[in-house]
Design a protein around this ligand. Structure first.
Ligand code: AMP
Length: 477
């Protein structure tokens, strides 16, 4: 019997794993541009961590958590989202005590939800998210949305739908919930069982129901905007005006309430459709929250935060379906081909020295015909094949073949590194960067061709600082 992975989980390998790494690298680089630092919290937490924060009325807590008793009879849960663990950690380690607020943290890692697997919906999936905690500011809320949009822009997404709504402050929510309770009271008998529960626990959650008939009823429900306090309304429009200044095209969606209980004030989601019109659901979602640290018995002052989480699987599927990953080049730099058993040991040493020089090198470990080796070199994504026959090596040389142009040249082993450095430098100048951006067009490092002045990959900026050639080929410093 061949074992299969658990339903709703998936394995990652090869080009797909490389693409996931690329997405996560772009995300991390952009988070760092905004001053966020990495945080890693355990995948396992006490169940209470999620019960307390995520909220008893959220579907995630009520139905979707992977919860079990450990051998010491403690109730543990595989994290269903990232925020609760981050806040638990901030409070436990008193990260707020330095007074350097907000604490800005980003994370990437697996989360687990017992949902029905379908397109874009897994039971184990990866979330990349940020949290900025300890400052209550409409500007910080806006910055969080700008950060999210920059990640998507750097990944190459266009035509995104940014939905925003406000859940107001506590008073606004209290009044709104009362209005919803009276509106739904006469209709709830015909609605789904979940909505009946939601009416008791948190009637705002009904607005998020996925049942079509319930959605029709909910569309007639009172709107949050009519119950917003002046202050909450002012704050919402302050964030929106910053988004407009930054040319972020949003739409207000008053049915957007988000699935987790801790949100207040602004909430947002970003959606994208594939070219074929496939809706992958939200690429990311987030919002402002208050009272999270005190929920964990942390400080009551400065107890606000804002964050979002994006689903890496959804980003990947959309990027793949829309050909956005095609420019990514993966594979080794060099494929070393020992011709005959006699030269295997010399080749082994040569491969090690080339790796020390910074080249990625692959070589076969069993004998193979030249034609087969070339096929392997191409499959390994190598740019150059190094053909090492006994005669060549006896003369202190190897044949270097450019696999794109098929040009071949005999190069002395002692000159090999210089020769390869030269070859790769000219390749870099002519091709787009491995970050996926075409430096000839946008994201130029020289600062004259793009406002930001450097690419999220960081590479070309370094080149420029070292006084090297600009990748755009227009300026030489
Ligand atoms: P949430 O924590 O529910 O706000 O989700 C944040 C993001 O995680 C969503 O916008 C999706 O991109 C992603 N996501 C949520 N649930 C799933 C799932 N079951 N499978 C894959 N991605 C998901």
């Amino acid at each position: 019997m061949v074992y299969q992975g658990i339903k709703g989980t998936h394995d990652l390998y090869g080009a797909e794993a490389d693409a996931y790494t690329y997405i996560q690298n772009v995300f991390s680089a952009v988070a760092e541009l905004y001053g966020y630092r990495k945080i890693e919290t355990p995948i396992l937490e006490y169940t209470e961590v999620f019960d307390r924060s995520t909220g008893e009325s959220s579907d995630v807590v009520r139905k979707e958590m992977y919860t079990f008793l450990d051998k010491g009879d403690r109730s543990l849960t595989l994290r269903p989202e990232g925020t609760a663990g981050v806040i638990r950690s901030i409070v436990e380690h008193k990260l707020y005590a330095t007074g350097d607020l907000p604490i800005k943290a980003f994370y990437v890692g697996p989360v687990f939800r017992y949902e029905r697997p379908q397109l874009g919906r897994y039971r184990q999936f990866i979330q990349a998210g940020v949290e900025a905690v300890g400052v209550d500011s409409a500007r910080l809320d806006a910055e969080c949305i700008c950060l999210a949009m920059k990640v998507l822009a750097y990944l190459g997404f266009e035509n995104l739908k940014v939905k925003v709504n406000t859940l107001g402050d506590e008073t606004s929510r209290k009044n709104y919930k009362e209005a919803l309770r009276s509106f739904f009271a006469s209709k709830i008998d015909s609605m789904c069982e979940d909505c009946k529960q939601r009416l008791l626990l948190n009637p705002m959650r009904i607005l998020d129901c996925k049942v079509k008939e319930d959605q029709e009823i909910a569309s007639l429900a009172p709107k949050m905007k009519d119950y917003l306090s002046d202050e909450a309304s002012k704050r919402f429009y302050q964030t929106l005006s910053i988004l407009a200044d930054q040319e972020i095209d949003y739409e207000i969606d008053d049915s957007l309430v988000r699935g987790l209980d801790y949100y207040g004030q602004i909430v947002f989601e970003v959606h994208a459709m594939s070219k074929e019109g496939k809706d992958y659901g939200a690429l990311l979602g987030g919002g402002h929250y208050d009272g999270m640290m005190s929920n964990f018995n942390g400080p009551k002052e400065n107890d606000s935060g804002v964050g979002f989480a994006m689903g890496v699987e959804r980003l990947y599927s959309l990027m793949k379906d829309n050909g956005m990953l095609e420019n990514l080049e993966y594979g080794v730099d060099l494929y070393l081909m020992p011709i005959g058993e006699e030269v295997m040991d010399d080749c082994y040493s040569l491969a090690e020295s080339l790796r020390d020089a910074g080249y990625s090198v692959e070589m076969p470990f069993v004998k193979g015909k030249l034609g087969t080796l070339f096929k392997k070199a191409v499959r390994a994504g190598a740019k150059f094949a190094l053909i090492a026959g006994e005669d060549d090596l006896n003369n202190g040389a190897v044949q270097v073949k450019n696999l794109a142009t098929q040009e071949q040249k005999s190069v002395l082993v002692e000159d090999l590194q210089d020769y390869l450095d030269e070859q790769f430098e000219s390749l870099e100048a002519h091709s787009s960067c491995s970050c996926g951006h075409d430096h000839d067009e946008g994201h130029c490092c020289c600062g004259e061709h793009e406002e930001e002045g450097h690419c999220c990959c960081g590479r070309h900026r370094e080149d420029q600082e070292e006084g090297g050639h600009c990748c755009c080929q227009k300026d030489e410093k």
